[in-house]
Design a protein around this ligand. Structure first.
Ligand SMILES: Nc1nc2c(ncn2[C@@H]2O[C@H](COP(=O)(O)OP(=O)(O)O)[C@@H](O)[C@H]2O)c(=O)[nH]1
Ligand SMILES: [Mg+2]
Length: 344
């Protein structure tokens, strides 16, 4: 399994493609003589160009049919409109190379050898111009490929729990404690931190836990445009969000700031958002009780609940960790699709 950008082939650059086309053309020409040789050179070079460019275009997934998670992410990383523009240009060049071949083929056989040779050279010059004209597009596509193929391996169609919260509250500790070793860690090209995707089996289904350093770990006003777009993408993947708070404030952020982040996530995501207070080993019983009282009051008029057994934990003391996980995966609420159409 791989994400839709993982298998993109390398993009040839303009100069490489021109070199390749003309050297193959020269080889094809040497196998023939007279006007046939000129024709072979033209045909080979033009076909190499149009085929290679067509392959670039068809290798890219169709953005209209891409899962919104990947489309948003691609938009955040490289810009989908720009990409579409680049691909249109490359497609134009591919067609143009074929048109030039046809135009000159017709003229070659009506000429003497000397004129045919001139025409073939003229055709080569025009083919080279066409490829040069899209040099920037090819370069942009190569850069886009490099940026997109290293995206974290998140499957938007799998049940997904997103883990959020300020730095140092214990997100990674939690994900590491409850998941088996991740297949792979990767960075979003625009963050310096590693995105950690862990996997856990629940009700016979693989569930993903996505730790999001650099994204859902600070107030919205501190996010740049690209990060906001990446969060849009995450909204399409998340089935529930676990916000981890650190009431011991060892993490260095006051609790009201942590709660403000939680409130923002709650208003933004359409899926259940569960508040978990970690590091309760650092609290005395009074402090625990105060948190339970405050949170119980907060959820009083909602259909959320707050239960010390499933909303307070200590990862390091292994207190309630599995109960928290079960509760969160329950909120993910994934039911395998039944082959029954309920509309009928
Ligand atoms: N006392 C205590 N420390 C914890 C607990 N969970 C995590 N930590 C510590 O908090 C620090 C930050 O944890 P980390 O998982 O890296 O936080 P992240 O930045 O949210 O991923 C580490 O030193 C952890 O050992 C806990 O339940 N109790
Ligand atoms: Mg971490």
């Amino acid at each position: 399994m791989s994400h839709p950008f993982e298998q993109l082939p390398t993009t040839p650059l303009a100069d490489e493609l021109i070199d390749k086309a003309f050297s193959r053309g020269a080889r094809a020409g040497r196998a023939q003589s007279g006007i046939d040789a000129q024709h072979s050179m033209l045909q080979t070079a033009a076909n190499i160009i149009s085929d290679n460019l067509e392959n670039v275009v068809t290798a890219w997934p169709d953005f209209d049919h891409l899962h919104p998670f990947y489309r948003n992410l691609a938009d955040a990383v490289v810009g989908v409109d720009e990409l579409r523009g680049n691909l249109n240009e490359v497609n134009w060049a591919s067609t143009k190379a074929t048109d030039l071949r046809k135009e000159y083929e017709a003229r070659l056989y009506k000429s003497d050898l000397e004129t045919a040779t001139k025409l073939r050279k003229q055709a080569y010059a025009r083919l080279a111009d066409v490829v040069e004209e899209i040099a920037d597009d090819l370069e942009a596509l190569m850069d886009a490929r490099e940026a997109l193929r290293v995206l974290p391996d998140i499957r938007p169609d799998q049940p997904t729990l997103v883990v959020a919260g300020y730095p140092n509250v214990g997100k990674s500790s939690f994900v590491n404690a409850v998941t088996r070793a991740s297949n792979r860690e990767a960075s979003y090209p625009f963050t310096t931190t590693q995105v950690h995707v862990g996997h856990v089996e629940y009700k016979h289904m693989n569930h993903q836990l996505v730790d999001t350093p650099g994204l859902l770990d600070r107030p919205p006003e501190e996010r740049n445009e690209v990060e906001s777009q990446a969060i849009n993408a995450l909204e399409h993947a998340a089935d529930a969000v676990l916000v981890i708070l650190d009431p011991s404030i060892d993490c260095g952020y006051p609790l009201d700031m942590q709660r403000a982040l939680r409130d923002d996530i709650e208003s933004r995501f359409d899926v259940p958002v569960i508040s978990i207070y970690n590091k309760i080993d650092r609290l005395d019983p009074d402090e625990r009780e105060q948190i339970v009282a405050e949170e119980t009051e907060r959820v009083a008029d909602t259909d959320l609940s707050f239960d010390p057994e499933t909303n307070l934990m200590s990862v390091t003391e292994n207190e309630n960790v599995n109960a928290v996980l079960d509760r969160a995966l329950d909120a993910v609420g994934y039911e395998p699709e039944l082959p029954v159409d309920r509309e009928r």
